[in-house]
Write a protein that binds this ligand. Structure first.
Ligand code: AMP
Length: 187
């Protein structure tokens, strides 16, 4: 199997969301720790980002945050989580990408969308084959519909459907990544 040591999470930074979303983030952090993986994330101690990083850290996982300097006042890094401060949003995304073997997308807003859309667009251009998994089918249904619309209209090739996976739970996301990496290694 291709190495699976490090997983990046893209997820919302808002605290004002249904607690079930924060629970999902907490579960994800625990699942990362239980599998001995490293978590890479946006470095903020807020919203689902903070919940997943705290859960991973508190349960013994190595956690690395990457945050742009101007956001450190707003997204406030966790004092005992290793956090790299960069100058730009682009630098943050580049490091998140480089440090990770796979990406998990939990519910989030426009920032989460921006991050995963760029990662998927690189996949579309064959710049990488790192697995991308969305957690919470109901939440992401509208986004999948949008992608499907671009496929049906001929803008995106049908093979792009293989560029991402969707599952219900954080644990399933990590299992799906392991399977995908094993298949890539066997191909
Ligand atoms: P949101 O889903 O809107 O709560 O945003 C989730 C995270 O994405 C937050 O940490 C944002 O700072 C981050 N984010 C938003 N836009 C970008 C971007 N262009 N590049 C990197 N990170 C971003």
């Amino acid at each position: 199997m291709a190495d699976f040591n490090s997983v990046c999470v893209y997820c919302g930074s808002s605290n004002r969301v249904d607690p079930r979303f924060l629970d999902t983030a907490d579960r994800f952090g625990k699942a990362v720790a239980a599998r001995g993986l490293r978590m890479v994330y946006g470095g903020g101690n807020v919203g689902l980002m903070g919940a997943s990083a705290r859960a991973a850290h508190d349960n013994g996982a190595e956690v690395v945050g990457v945050i742009p300097r101007f956001l450190t006042h707003i997204e406030q890094p966790h004092p005992s989580i290793r956090t790299e401060v960069v100058e730009t949003m682009h630098e943050r995304k580049r490091r998140l990408f480089e440090y990770s073997d796979a990406f998990v997308v939990l519910p989030g807003g426009i920032g989460t969308l921006e991050e995963i859309v760029e990662t998927l667009s690189w996949r579309r251009l064959n710049l990488h084959t790192k697995p991308c998994v969305f957690v919470d089918l109901a939440f992401w249904q509208g986004f999948f519909g949008l992608i499907e619309g671009t496929i049906e209209a001929g803008f995106t090739p049908p093979e792009f459907r293989n560029a991402y996976m969707a599952v219900e739970t954080p644990e399933e996301a990590l299992e799906a990544i392991e399977r995908a990496l094993a298949e890539t290694a066997a191909a």
